[in-house]
Design a protein around this ligand. Structure first.
Ligand SMILES: *Cc1c(COP(=O)(O)O)cnc(C)c1O
Length: 398
């Protein structure tokens, strides 16, 4: 193959950069054969759910996060639903529209009205100034999201919440192992809720964890995850079965081993992407404020069509043809989805719209090799050069 044809993107007939498809995510921290030992232990104990492994995981999370109470649940969504229920809220909750829709679902399950705030153009997290604009006498709480593992501006948001005497809850689905000013996520707001589903940092198969410093809230949540039944067969609330099974807990306990090294590796990959892709016109990235650590659950680029030469959606197709799996997270934003379109108060969310229209997520996981990251960057570079040359010839013809 000539040098020239080697640089033709697959979308224009060139050979795909990868022979085998590179997935965008790959579950991490999974144990080997030693897991079977745990399975045997669980089977022998005859206690398959919410027993010693679950308690051990809760204790390990309490220690890792440095927070007094961790309550294991069957998912982050269930954890958010139960936390909001336990806080006994009525009215409106302010949250970002630039998030996964499950953040907003937890409000609907509690009869709460989602009020969408815009996000910050640098961090992609909910913008405290927009939260302030949306605040009213009906606001019952604020739900912040640590987007892609990048912590939200919690100090500012907590001040807004405290001044309004309303609780702050964090959807920390992406942020197990993230830090805010050297303090672990899990220690902020009245509660922070993590996800342990396969695409997240710590994997239980399915599962979640509520972290709180409030002993009374933790007690209520332990009852709520068990149908609201404290054991006297006379439920305190319409709870859920949101217990975690012993098998899931055992998996997550293994995942805690080497978690910090995996987060470091993800940050290394992020910097590698930023260095290579930062040299290509029209590409920019999420800003992680100094002093914070992102879990780098995801890595995203924003594509400025005019400078890059092609649209986000074209690059999305082009990379898929290179055998690189990419995703548009989060597109469309929650307020544009059919479930929320009519609930949305129609206050403009220009930053959310702009980011959602130009974002593309690239593969990131600790087992992704440096060479693969380089090749993904090479693919993006040849896509840009192809677009630039096309533009040039068009200009010359005119
Ligand atoms: C994954 C995710 C959830 C839901 O987590 P589950 O454990 O699957 O219920 C909630 N919020 C955000 C931001 C997520 O990415």
């Amino acid at each position: 193959m000539s040098v020239l044809s080697a640089n033709i993107p697959a979308i224009a007939g060139g050979r795909p950069m990868f022979e085998e498809r590179v997935p965008i995510v790959s579950p991490e921290g999974l144990p080997g054969e030693e897991f079977l030992h745990d399975v045997r232990k669980i089977l022998n104990s005859r206690q398959l759910t919410n027993a010693t492994f679950v308690r051990r995981l809760e204790e390990a999370a309490e220690e890792y996060l440095g927070v007094a109470h961790c309550v294991a649940v069957s998912s982050c969504t269930a954890g958010l639903v139960l936390t909001l229920q336990a806080l006994d809220l009525q009215g409106e909750v302010i949250l970002p529209s630039f998030t996964f829709h499950a953040s907003a679902h937890s409000l609907l399950w509690n009869g709460l009205k989602p009020v969408f705030a815009d996000c910050d153009p640098e961090t992609f997290c909910v913008d405290p100034r927009s939260i302030k604009l949306q605040l009213s006498a009906r606001t019952a709480a604020i739900l912040a999201v640590h987007l892609f593992g990048n912590p939200a501006s919690i100090v500012e948001i907590q001040t807004i919440a405290s001044d309004a005497s309303i609780p702050l809850i964090c959807d920390a689905a992406h942020a197990f192992g993230s830090d805010i000013n050297c303090r672990r996520v899990g220690n902020f707001g009245v509660a922070e809720v993590f996800s342990f589903s396969p695409t997240k940092l710590l994997v239980a198969g399915e599962g979640g964890m509520i972290a709180t410093r409030d002993a009374d809230l933790a007690r209520k949540l332990r009852i709520a995850r068990n149908y609201g039944d404290s054991g006297n067969y006379d439920p305190e609330s319409a709870g859920l079965n949101a217990r975690m099974s012993e098998f899931h807990a055992a998996l997550a306990i293994h995942g805690l081993n080497g978690l910090d090294a995996r987060i470091d590796r993800r940050n290394h990959i992020r910097r590698q992407y930023e260095q290579r892709l930062g040299a290509i016109p029209g590409l920019s990235f999420q800003h992680i404020p100094p002093g914070n650590r992102s879990s780098c659950k995801d890595f995203a680029v924003l594509i400025d069509e005019a400078a890059f030469g092609k649209s986000r959606d074209w690059l999305c197709d082009a990379l898929e043809k290179e055998n690189i799996q990419v995703r548009r997270y989060f597109y469309p934003p929650v307020h544009r989805q059919k479930l929320y379109r009519d609930i949305w108060d129609k206050r403009p969310l220009p930053v959310t719209e702009s980011i959602s229209d130009s974002i593309l997520n690239l593969p990131i996981y600790s087992t992704l090799a440096d060479e693969s990251v380089e090749k993904i960057c090479d693919a993006i570079l040849r896509c840009h050069e192809f677009a630039r040359k096309k533009k040039l010839t068009r200009a010359q013809r005119a």
